[in-house]
Design a protein around this ligand. Structure first.
Ligand SMILES: *[C@@H]1O[C@H](CO)[C@@H](O)[C@H](O)[C@H]1NC(C)=O
Ligand SMILES: *[C@@H]1O[C@H](CO)[C@@H](O)[C@H](O)[C@H]1NC(C)=O
Ligand SMILES: *[C@@H]1O[C@H](CO)[C@@H](O)[C@H](O)[C@H]1NC(C)=O
Ligand SMILES: *[C@@H]1O[C@H](CO)[C@@H](O)[C@H](O)[C@H]1NC(C)=O
Ligand SMILES: *[C@@H]1O[C@H](CO)[C@@H](O)[C@H](O)[C@H]1NC(C)=O
Ligand SMILES: *[C@@H]1O[C@H](CO)[C@@H](O)[C@H](O)[C@H]1NC(C)=O
Length: 940
């Protein structure tokens, strides 16, 4: 007992002694931090803005204990500086959150940290170029500057870091559907790379070479000098084709060449990379068959070939890769049979596969029952294929399943409770655009808690599905066009609390808008309830909503003032309701991109504060009761693409400044107002204009000959499609072919000039015949004189031509007969004479009223002409009515053009495969908006 006490005592004594000797030394030699290095760090800190006080521990003498600073235990030198900012990406909003960024310049004082081995400055917002002096850290083994805010060219001085094993300059990151980039650095030369002979990781993603060097930089020959390389990331580098005769980096584990638009077959040298575990080749133009040799790279665990142009797949190709966990073949053109693909998989693959995406291909057949053998599967993504038949119940046994996407297939039959019986972890279920019906009991309590449920264009109604009330984690709910005829149930309020994205459009949901929308707690930022039967006033609105579409309902009353408190709103669509009264003035203080109030009964002047909407792209006020002149402040709306003010009571002359100040305008509709005066010549400067409608006004004067310069009506391929807005279907009514036609998805192919029903005098300028891409030309009901221009035949794309009710005289030019797209023609009530030209499409237009009221015209379809042997012959090619369907290919080409330009226009930083979907739908560009918003919020 005594001895043990003694032992303990001694121990304590020793401890005390030790402690006191330590505290004595604090004042002298026990501080490990070296004073000179400490001062350097402080200078470095001083130069930075550190709003979140990440460097608040950087005080006192012991710099080795400061956050992010590590010293060598023996020498006391700072050997490690880790200032990486823990950033994250919000997938819903597709935004980076950089809350804790350090900002400012990197001070050269760091140079005093001569023993630095590890430097991580990533995910910050440093300014200026990468400091050249970083090349002086002789001992550096690890350098991470990814997404660190630097710009400019990567300095060659980094080539001096001969001990470097890890060099991460990546500026491109993977997000669930694609990639996003975070800074703008470039690389002009890679000759410094081979001297980094110990390099194991090289990350250069998103570092493009300046455009003038595009073809000169040979990325691979330099990188090929690095035999110890394990990880190579050249995604989004605009690299040219990697032609290698022999590979040096044969130990490579991970290779990422995504988003380089490499147009070739997969290079054979990949087959020598036998240690490869990760292979990412998405977003290129690789084509042909997916090569056999991939099946021999037995170490592969991740294969990402998404977004290429592969067309065939040898069944069984991957199925010897017994460690394969991730396989993404989405968004190719693969034509294959799903049952035989699944059937050819080995047991090993079935056991290992966690992620399988075949979305966006042409996989056909049914989903085989054996899918139930893939016990580890967490993501099964089969969106947009041509699958048919019933969904096998074995799916319900995939206990790990988190995401199940069967959308856009021809699947049919019922999904019942058994299909979901063990899917405890399911968070995403997408059944959109299938013919599947969800046939579950009204008391079903599903095993899962979904975050996303999408079942648009699917058999869900007529009742609102009651099992949804168990789903209290829902963030996304799409039930558009799902045949619901109901009112919103009371419990909807409970599940709506987390919903950020709600689409109930195109149903027959009635009643007043739910009051819970006003709950300031909601996260709702996209709300689409359009095309339903909601009625009554707009009493409450979700306070965080960014996109609000309530169009095509039965809502009434005034547009309420409280709308103005929704500061984040950028899209407001209240069109096709019964709103009346004046608009609240404060509306114009919001930062709107789209405002659509078409077809209501709104009154009042346009206030000059409208000019505050500097980001406005689309303005639709048509079919209301607006009065007064257009305020000059409209000139401030320089982003405007669509200005649709038709069918109101606007007065005054057509402002000349439209032509000067709104250069992006593509659609200008002023029809059916009370505009007077001449057409301002300045309109000719609108080089993007593709639709001009001034019809039904009191316009006088002549048609400016410079209209012939409107290049938007001359060029077939207007290359500025990205001006339109994501999530909003741009639309315009056009008087064409004797009808009012609503253009939506095909709007970008529309070119139309309508000056009808005015008092325009003079002749039709010959220069109008330069507008060779016009589809619609309507000059009817004016006071036009002179001849129809001889070159009318230039308007080869014209489908609707109306020159009626003028005082045109002379003969109809023969070239009219060469208009092979024309399906509507009206020349009635003029003073034309002579024979009607024959041939081609004109022959199908045999209604005599086309020509009536011209006393001198003769020939079919009117009476015979007096002897005059016209030898005009029909070449027999009747091409039939022009059909919009035939525009498909052009659309696709245009889209690929967009992708290509995305690649080069580096100020555009977001690309993801969702875009591929738009080939099928309308060209929507989240890019534009996301970017604008990112810039506004200064995330980058
Ligand atoms: C490429 O362009 C940049 C800037 O436009 C210029 O500084 C550089 O000299 C050019 N390089 C070559 C090789 O033309
Ligand atoms: C392979 O690397 C060595 C040096 O590491 C270099 O000398 C040789 O040229 C490289 N081979 C090729 C084909 O680039
Ligand atoms: C791949 O390896 C084979 C056999 O080892 C060799 O003959 C061939 O040259 C290599 N190809 C390349 C491109 O390195
Ligand atoms: C890819 O290359 C082929 C032939 O080299 C060419 O015909 C094709 O148009 C290219 N595709 C793209 C998208 O550039
Ligand atoms: C379900 O998810 C939880 C939490 O992510 C996980 O721990 C569990 O293993 C998962 N269950 C299955 C069957 O995958
Ligand atoms: C329009 O822009 C001018 C010049 O930038 C500015 O002075 C004026 O206040 C703006 N008006 C409105 C209504 O935004």
């Amino acid at each position: 007992m005594e001895t043990s006490f003694l032992v303990i005592f001694t121990f304590l004594l020793l401890q005390r002694l030790g402690a006191s000797s330590e505290s004595m030394m604090t004042n002298s030699s026990s501080v490990t931090c070296i004073e000179r290095e400490r001062k350097s760090l402080l200078i470095f800190k001083e130069r930075l803005t550190d709003r979140h006080r990440r460097l608040s521990t950087w005080t006192g003498v012991e710099c080795c204990e400061w956050v992010g600073v590590h010293c060598d235990k023996r020498s006391g030198h700072v050997i490690r500086l880790d200032l990486r900012n823990p950033a994250f990406f919000n997938t819903d909003k597709r935004e980076w959150y950089y809350d804790n960024q350090l900002r400012g310049e990197v001070s050269p004082s760091l140079l005093n940290l001569k023993h630095l081995r590890y430097l991580d400055l990533s995910m910050n917002d440093f300014s200026g170029h990468i400091p050249k002096f970083l090349g002086s850290f002789k001992h550096l083994e690890y350098l991470n500057l990814s997404c660190s805010g630097f710009s400019g060219v990567v300095p060659h001085h980094l080539g001096n870091l001969s001990r470097l094993q890890y060099l991460d300059l990546n500026t491109q990151y993977r997000i669930p559907d694609g990639v996003t980039s975070c800074s703008s650095m470039s690389i002009d030369d890679l000759q410094w790379v081979p001297s980094l002979s110990s390099l194991k990781l090289l990350g250069l993603s998103g570092l493009y070479n300046p455009m003038n060097l595009t073809d000169e930089l040979d990325w691979f020959s330099e990188v090929n000098m690095l035999p110890s390389l394990l990880t190579l990331n050249l995604a989004g580098c605009n690299i040219n084709f990697p032609s290698i005769t022999s590979v040096n980096f044969t130990s490579l584990n991970s290779l990422d060449l995504s988003y380089n638009f490499i147009n070739s077959t997969i290079p054979v040298w990949l087959s020598n990379l036998t240690d490869l575990t990760h292979l990412e080749l998405s977003g290129n133009e690789f084509h042909g068959q997916i090569p056999d040799f991939l099946g021999t790279l037995s170490a592969l665990t991740l294969v990402d070939l998404a977004g290429n142009s592969f067309d065939t797949l040898v069944p069984g190709l991957f199925w010897n890769l017994s460690s394969l966990t991730f396989l993404d073949l989405s968004w190719n053109g693969i034509v294959a049979d799903l049952p035989s693909l699944i059937g050819s998989m080995s047991e090993f693959v079935a056991k290992s596969l966690v992620y399988l995406s075949l979305a966006g291909n042409e996989f056909s057949g049914c989903i085989p029952n054996t899918i139930g053998d893939f016990k580890k599967l967490e993501n099964l993504l089969l969106r947009r294929n041509t699958l048919s038949g019933h969904v096998p119940p074995s799916l319900g046994g995939l206990t790990c399943l988190k995401e199940l996407d069967l959308s856009y297939n021809s699947l049919e039959g019922n999904l019942s409770e058994v299909h979901f019986i063990k899917l405890k972890n399911l968070t995403l279920l997408d059944l959109s655009s299938t013919s599947l019906a969800l046939n579950v009991s009204s008391r079903w309590n599903p095993p899962f808690q979904l975050r996303e449920f999408k079942a648009s264009s699917c058999n869900i109604g007529p009742q609102f599905p009651s099992w949804l009330q168990t789903q209290t984690n829902l963030e996304t709910l799409y039930l558009s066009n799902s045949s619901i005829r109901d009112t919103l149930p009371d419990w909807f309020e409970n599940i709506a609390t987390h919903i950020a994205d709600l689409d109930l459009s195109y149903n027959q949901i009635g009643g007043e808008l739910p009051a819970f929308l006003s709950n300031s707690q909601t996260d709702l930022y996209t709300l689409k309830m359009n095309s339903n039967k909601f009625e009554g006033p707009l009493i409450s609105l979700p306070s965080n909503v960014q996109l609000l579409d309530l169009s095509d309902n039965l809502l009434s009353g005034a547009v309420p003032k409280h709308l103005c408190s929704i500061l984040g709103i950028w899209l407001l669509d209240l069109s096709h309701n019964n709103f009346s009264g004046r608009l609240p003035r404060c509306l114009w203080n919001l930062d709107l991109y789209v405002i659509d109030l078409t077809n209501n009964s709104i009154t009042g002047f346009l206030p000059s504060s409208l000019g505050f909407l500097r980001n406005l792209i689309s303005l639709h006020l048509s079919n209301n009761r607006f009065t007064g002149d257009l305020p000059p402040s409209l000139q401030n709306l320089t982003s405007l693409v669509t200005m649709d003010l038709g069918n109101n009571f606007f007065t005054g002359s057509i402002p000349f400044w439209i032509g000067k100040s709104l250069p992006n305008l593509r659609i200008l509709n002023l029809q059916s107002n009370q505009f007077t005066g001449k057409i301002p010549r300045q309109l000719c400067r609108l080089s993007n204009l593709q639709l001009l409608n001034l019809a039904h006004n009191s316009i006088t004067g002549t048609i400016p000959p410079c209209f012939g310069n409107l290049s938007g009506m001359k060029e077939n391929d207007s290359n500025n499609e990205y001006n339109f807005v994501d999530q909003y279907i741009e639309n315009i009514l056009v008087n064409m072919k004797g009808n009012q036609l609503l253009f939506t998805k095909t709007i970008r192919f529309l070119t139309s000039l309508d000056l009808s029903n005015n008092s325009i005098v003079g002749e039709i300028p010959d220069s109008l015949m330069n507008l060779v891409s016009l589809k619609n030309l309507n000059l009817s009901r004016n006071l036009l004189k002179g001849n129809i221009p001889i070159k009318i035949g230039n308007l080869q794309q014209v489908e609707s031509l109306d020159l009626s009710m003028n005082m045109l005289s002379g003969r109809i030019p023969q070239s009219l007969a060469t208009l092979h797209s024309i399906s509507y023609l009206n020349l009635s009530f003029n003073k034309l004479f002579g024979p009607i030209p024959v041939g081609n499409q004109l022959q199908t237009l045999d209604d005599p009223s086309i020509y009536e009221g011209n006393n001198g015209l003769c020939g079919p379809p009117l009476s015979r002409c007096k002897p005059s042997n016209s030898s005009y012959s029909n070449d027999g090619k009747d091409e039939g009515l022009f059909s919009y369907v035939s525009m498909g290919p052009g659309f696709v080409v245009g889209f690929m053009g967009l992708l290509a330009s995305l690649h080069f226009i580096r100020s555009w930083r977001l690309a993801y495969f969702g875009f591929f979907e738009n080939v099928y739908g309308w060209l929507t560009l989240s890019i534009l908006l996301n970017l604008a918003r990112l810039r506004r919020k200064k995330f980058f």
